[in-house]
Design a protein around this ligand. Sequence first.
Ligand code: ZN
Length: 452
Amino acid sequence: MATSTALAVQGAVLIDGTGRPPMQDATVVVEGERLTAAGPAATTPAPPGAQTIDGRGKFLMPGLVDMHVHVYTRDKWHPELFLAAGVTTVLDLGGQLSDLTAYRGAVASGARSGPRILFTGPMLEEGEVYPGFAGFCRHVDADRIETEVDALADAGVDGIKLYVTTRPETARRACARAHARGLPVFMHQHATWGAEAALAGVDSVEHLNVFGQLAPAALRMAEPGKLTPFEYGGWLWRWFGDLDPRADHVRRLYDALIGAATALDPTLVLYAARPGALGDDVGDTSMDDPERTRLLPLLPSPVSKELVGRWAERRTAARGASEVTRGKTRRAWDNMLEVVGGFHRAGGVVLAGTDCPNVAIVSGYSLHRELELLVRAGLSPMEAIMAATRRPAERLGKRDLLGTIMPGRSADLLVLAADPLADIRNVRRIERVIARGVAHTPEALLAGLPKS
Ligand SMILES: [Zn+2]
């Protein structure tokens, strides 16, 4: 690990995160925690005495941002894993303030190597808190929602997370107050239905719940706010395969979201974990992804045990499913990709998030998978990269800090051995991760993970 003195990566292909075409033979200079120069190698000298990295034949891109994680409890928080995967910033969308503040402090002080941690604190519920999530949710008095938002803003959150029982009028008031305090609002919606979230002013709708609005009339629910998050997901899977993604009501939903400038964070990896969603008979084929199996022996043993157990469960469930069920699941999955691609083609902003470590989704590395799925949905590799770099920075109101490789930004960048624009899976070919000016190798970070 280098200390944060001057560092120059010379002669690489620069993908700066803005969406501009890559710059051949570029040099990027880091001084302290900041990027101080990025331009053609011929006109961008390394400062005297700088450590240099030969970037010829390599690709430089901004550090990745995972827009939907849960830091959760100590045993599930593996900051080194995020950083080894090139994730230099995470947005926690539901956790305990005291824990989050402590984790952020541990990374900021250098006690643990990890990503920058942004957070919303607890998820706000106006109804009953789902018992399984008691520690990560806060029941709020809807009549005093402004006071609740103010309290979180005063505690230093980076956004507000509204959860399943929050109704449209409460969401609208929460958004107005949050925006007045300069904070974006993220929503996992049940009781606020479809485009109502966009009308309320929500900045990003999480998962694919917004598409619940497209359910056939016979399957509409009287009280969707009473479902658990898992039940809601199951309900979507029941009818999503029968949806016609080209229908007028689908287009109207895209238009409503786009008209309100509401982004979509689909967390496709979460749906891909459904048995039969991707593979013919083994659930998500990514479960046998060599990248993940390669990682297994390097992970703390409780994590690898949980993963292997989950994969086995999914395989068993997928094998036990009838042909009819498998076909239905496959059609639903195809439509999920179709609506994400359709929303993007219509001009909507897509963000990359994973919901890790829920349902044993691997921290950090699952974001590579998400980018791959976004490309499968119809985003170009450049657009998928932007969904994990520039777009998150813009949505978080932090474009001057992160998301693009430009002088003045935080020095968060990745050196890749192969071109991610030629094949998005090349985001896995990470040779170095530079986070806030400090250069790491994935191997050293993985070796630094606690083993138990
Ligand atoms: Zn979540």
